[in-house]
Ligand binder design. Structure first.
Ligand code: CO8
Length: 259
């Protein structure tokens, strides 16, 4: 599929996806969601060990879902649009490699929800987060009511969603919505630095850790502990585990093959 709104950069075993719709501050319309869905469906988790998602320009990550496209939707169309976005974001959340959101400006509504579907969020100092939907007569529809409370706690999530107020980068850091804040010029370098560290580790182990953390969220403590033990055991079937531990014992460094 040819992409009109996505720019893809191949950085060895790291991939950078840039959402690019400058006229609307990278707001997500159906065409962009379709392209993202196609991109994620064909994403090569054997070649890439980390995905970075960012927005084009220095002003906006993603300024939400496209309001002009939503303005005249009826109930059924609204549901379809919402579930289409939610499905794309779920693909990000369950992708078999870690996804870093490099939030380079506005992350409002669907933009904040996109960032939350990623494993890790870092942002530039001009970033602004928020769920302003109730000011438009809707609620967060790309899983924001689900993920925000899980990330920052129910009380703060309810405040942000009910008031629709924007959160600056320093507050986003304080409430745990992002892991780190950098000057705009350093953001992508820092994202690459983190991705490079992730990519140097055993990819099957990183994937297993991601799936464990995701899957165990909804389990009882006993189920989760059992699940972790099982997956931990599976790691010992991999060459990466044998080579990684042998390298440590020989005071060397392992180039993990993902086998
Ligand atoms: N949708 C469509 N167009 C947008 C959007 C958007 N979300 N955001 C910005 N734009 C457009 C503006 O209309 C403007 O277009 P034009 O130049 O043609 O007038 C252009 O981008 C530049 O924007 P501004 O002139 O407004 O730039 P400012 O710097 O003054 O303001 C803001 C930047 C603060 C980001 C402002 O544009 C804004 O508030 N945007 C809307 C933010 C918002 O409310 N986002 C949430 C949308 S709702 C949502 O995301 C729901 C997700 C779930 C959907 C479920 C579906 C059922």
């Amino acid at each position: 599929m040819e992409y009109n709104f996505l720019k893809i950069a191949d950085e060895g075993n790291i991939c950078i996806l840039t959402i690019s719709a400058p006229k609307t501050l990278n707001a997500l319309n159906s065409a962009i969601l379709k392209e993202m869905d196609d991109f994620l469906t064909h994403f090569d988790c054997n070649k890439y060990r980390c995905l970075i998602i960012t927005g084009d320009g220095e002003k906006s990550f993603v300024a939400g879902a496209d309001i002009s496209e939503m303005a005249n939707l009826n109930m059924l169309q609204g549901q379809t649009f919402g579930s289409r976005g939610a499905a794309v974001f779920r693909k990000i959340e369950t992708l078999h490699v870690p996804v870093i959101a490099a939030v380079n400006g506005f992350a409002l509504g669907g933009g904040c929800e996109l960032a939350m579907a990623c494993d890790i969020r870092i942002c530039s100092d001009n970033a602004r987060f928020g769920q302003p939907e109730v000011g438009l007569g809707i609620i967060p529809g790309f899983s924001g009511t689900v993920r925000l409370a899980r990330l920052i706690g129910m009380g703060m999530a309810k405040e942000l969603i009910y008031t629709g107020r924007n959160v600056k980068a320093d507050e986003a850091l304080r409430i745990g919505l992002v892991n780190a804040v950098y000057p705009q010029a350093e953001l992508m370098g820092k994202a690459m630095e983190m991705a490079t560290k992730i990519a140097a580790n055993a990819p099957l182990a990183v994937k297993a850790a991601k799936l464990c953390i995701n899957d165990e969220w909804d389990m009882t403590a006993d189920e989760a502990i059992m699940n972790e033990s099982t997956v931990f055991g599976h790691c010992f079937q991999t060459e990466d585990q044998k080579n990684g531990m042998a390298a440590f014992l020989n005071k060397g460094k392992c180039e993990f093959q993902g086998k």
